[in-house]
Design a protein around this ligand. Structure first.
Ligand code: ATP
Length: 239
């Protein structure tokens, strides 16, 4: 079977400065994979390159066996890739319903969309309660659920999540990571970028450590939780 995502020798630069330098990694269908790394290591830059918001200087990105390296973002969505961006980027003055609707904009199968909307509301019952409320008035955790629901409305095969637990209280962090796991169990392959390394490693089938734009360590999430270098650099008091 094709890899869900295959990234080869990816280089992404801002002017003269390469923020991602020859990174290679693969994610198998059905996995939760995570990229952990310090502030500024290049995690967001990788996700933005994967979804087409940043030009790739060198290397290739293959999704389910298809080369998407130079496709525009909306084409990648059609090919089954959706992103939950850093900071959620909801339309705060639009309702939960409208935000979710926007997620399905690239689709023409309206009957199936209704079905997927019901499914999102089953996955996040809280959003059914908040359905007509303005997204900007929700709590951080609820907003994160709207952002995930919006991405799921594109019916992705691969979901990219950029720091979904950022700024959330510890109980809410668990709720969001649990939601990631549920989405994955529904068959969506996940690539999660986190500064909350412990939470991400706990749920990851495959994890990559990114340092200054290079992948320096790969392993199963639990394996890396016990890795001495990971513990001292990223887990601090949590481990
Ligand atoms: P964070 O956890 O802070 O989001 P990150 O691992 O996601 O960090 P990136 O945001 O991808 O890291 O940044 C990687 C490097 O690229 C950093 O050195 C950053 O300063 C630089 N960088 C990011 N965005 C830009 C930009 N628009 N212009 C120039 N340099 C940038």
């Amino acid at each position: 079977m094709s890899k869900a995502l295959d990234v080869r020798d990816l280089t992404v630069a801002y002017g003269q400065i390469a923020a991602v330098r020859g990174a290679s990694f693969t994610v198998e269908p059905g996995e939760i994979a995570t990229i952990i790394g310090a502030n500024g290591a290049g995690k967001t830059t990788i996700l933005n390159a994967l979804c087409g918001l940043r030009d790739v200087r060198a290397g290739t990105v293959t999704l389910g066996g298809e080369d998407i390296t130079h496709l525009p973002p909306h084409e990648r969505v059609r090919h089954g890739l959706a992103q939950v961006p850093e900071g959620r980027r909801l339309f705060g003055r639009m309702s939960v319903a409208e935000n979710l609707e926007i997620g399905g904009y690239a689709r023409s199968d309206h009957a199936a969309q209704k079905h997927d909307l019901d499914h999102v509301l089953e996955l996040f019952p809280r959003l059914r309660e908040r359905y007509r409320q303005l997204a900007g008035t929700l709590s951080g955790g609820e907003q994160q659920m709207v952002a995930m629901g919006r991405a799921l409305m594109a019916k992705p095969r691969v979901l990219l999540l950029d720091e979904p637990t950022m700024g959330l209280a510890p109980q809410i962090v668990d709720l969001v990571l649990d939601a990631v796991r549920r989405v994955n169990r529904e068959g969506v392959t996940v690539l999660l970028v986190e500064q909350n390394a412990y939470g991400a490693l706990e749920i990851a089938d495959r994890a990559f450590v990114l340092e200054s734009g290079e992948i320096t360590l790969t392993g199963h999430g639990l394996e890396l939780i016990n890795h001495e270098r990971v513990r001292s650099a990223y887990l601090g008091h949590e481990a």
